[in-house]
Write a protein that binds this ligand. Structure first.
Ligand code: ATP
Length: 464
């Protein structure tokens, strides 16, 4: 979403509840508690897994209130990024950080715990600001911070996203989470008092700094905050062309980065389907509808127009789908994402607006109806691919990412993406639909990315 879109968005009611989930959302799965814990514990005990940690949360010097919040969320052990980033973030004097970790590995908790550890509750003025690229992500992060900080007496948190119901009201809270356009506007209009800010977090930082309008807005926001602010940049991806900018934005930072080939997640089974021609894509999509509704699924398309068209055509086929793009007004967007979170809507058609950060644990299938490309529509966009498929396979869960290729150009783009991450994508054999369905069913039904799913991948390869 462009910054102008963010600024144009309107209205949100109670943003605070979104994304916070019921108590215990860290492992909220529809499977027996015992088996979940055994399998997650196995993953977290493997030093090569991004969820591994040698320490417990208790060893990370967090307050008792925060430890209670973490327990309420059912977080048993930190992930690698949480264990590594937190001690550095909590150092005094505060130091900037640029941190990278695979999708769904708990970056939100890492920066939120730092924020909640540093708030002076005696001063009801904004002290921490988190910027995110979409209203949905801002609402989600706010939900996590509020949930995590529920035992901190007097803590106030607010969303700074377009909301006409707040007209002229000051943002009187310790922590603000917002989109760059609204935040710029609110600081300028002195509705956000920026004088006591001590932490600035950019989530999906590469995306925020890269986009023309948003990058400028982030720089402008930073210019309006105290000079010695702790600047924290998090993302799963930091492509080479934004690294310099990131280093300037967060100077002298502690840097935690990963190599391209470390970025893909074991639990996400990456498949592709070769379709003869563009006009057959829709018929192929229909074949997957049954699988898509087993749990929740997201279908990513390139343009708002395709999103609308697909919705109309699928509804005409008698299917139940929801659609969300930047073309919709804020309240409508909130309604749709909330329906998707609760499972009321199981299949969501969307654009790149939801490619990043959105955490809905029940998403077991992501379909790239269009291969993600750069703005030119031709060059492959590996970062967006990674973020899109990362909407499934959250925190050790299993998911299927299925990409449609329909001509030489889209095949080449997907090939470039696979090369970039040095990962294997498995073709689906459409002549043997029953086997395909069975394989995908198996993956969807197993909830954790353990050994069993490794075996399933080889079955898929063998079966194709
Ligand atoms: N230590 C933990 N134990 C169990 N679950 C956790 C832990 N930390 C985070 N989670 C859960 O993992 C999921 C993914 O976390 P989060 O959304 O922060 O990932 P992320 O790294 O920011 O992903 P993305 O790159 O897609 O933005 C969330 O549902 C969160 O509640």
């Amino acid at each position: 979403m462009s910054s102008t879109e963010a600024a144009e968005e309107s209205t949100v009611a109670q943003a605070q509840v979104d994304g916070s989930g019921p108590p215990g959302n860290g492992s909220a799965l529809q499977e027996p508690e015992f088996s979940v814990e055994v399998k997650l514990a196995d993953l977290q005990a493997d030093p090569n897994n991004p969820l591994f940690s040698a320490k417990s949360f208790e060893e990370l010097n967090l307050s008792e209130e925060l430890l209670k919040g973490i327990r309420q969320m059912n977080f048993r052990k930190p992930s690698k990024i949480q264990e590594k980033a937190l001690p550095l973030l909590l150092l005094n004097p505060p130091t900037n950080m640029i941190a990278q970790s695979q999708s769904g590995t708990g970056k939100t908790a890492a920066f939120s715990l730092n924020i909640l550890s540093r708030i002076n509750l005696g001063l009801v003025a904004p002290q921490a600001l988190v910027l995110a690229p979409s209203r949905e992500l801002a609402r989600q992060i706010l939900g996590v911070i509020t949930h995590m900080g529920q035992f901190i007496d007097g803590l106030k948190t607010l969303a700074a996203i377009p909301d006409p119901t707040r007209r002229g009201q000051k943002y009187e809270a310790h922590v603000l989470v917002g989109t760059p356009g609204t935040v710029t506007d609110m600081i300028r209009r002195r509705l956000i008092d920026s004088r006591n800010m001590k932490i600035l977090v950019l989530d999906e930082a590469d995306n925020m700094l890269d986009q023309q309008g948003m990058g400028e807005q982030c720089t402008r926001v930073k210019g309006m905050l105290p000079k010695d602010i702790q600047t924290v940049l998090f993302s799963a991806t930091f492509p080479p062309h934004v690294i310099n900018y990131a280093n300037r934005f967060a100077p002298n930072a502690n840097v935690l980065t990963l190599a391209h080939e470390e970025l893909t997640i074991e639990g996400i089974k990456q498949l592709y389907i070769d379709i003869d021609k563009d006009s057959d894509k829709f018929a192929t999509l229909l074949k997957f509808y049954g699988l898509m509704t087993q749990a929740s699924s997201i279908i990513f398309v390139r343009t708002r127009k395709t999103a609308e068209e697909l919705e109309t055509r699928m509804v005409a086929e008698g299917h139940k789908v929801a659609q969300l793009s930047g073309a919709l007004e804020g309240p409508e967007r909130d309604r749709i994402i909330d329906q998707f979170r609760t499972g009321e809507a199981k299949v969501l058609i969307t654009t790149n607006v939801l490619a990043r950060g959105i955490d809905v644990q029940s998403v077991t299938m992501v379909i790239n109806y269009d291969v993600p490309t750069m703005a030119d529509g031709r060059t492959a966009d590996p970062e967006t691919y990674l973020h899109r498929i990362g909407r499934t396979g959250r925190f050790g869960r299993v998911g299927v990412a299925l990409t449609f290729v329909h001509n030489k150009a889209s095949w080449q783009q997907l090939h470039d993406i696979a090369n970039y991450f040095k990962t294997d994508l498995h073709p689906i054999d459409t002549s043997d639909w029953d086997t395909v369905e069975e394989m995908i069913q198996k993956i969807i039904k197993s909830s954790r990315a353990g050994k069993s799913t490794k075996e399933m991948t080889s079955e898929i390869t063998a079966g194709s």
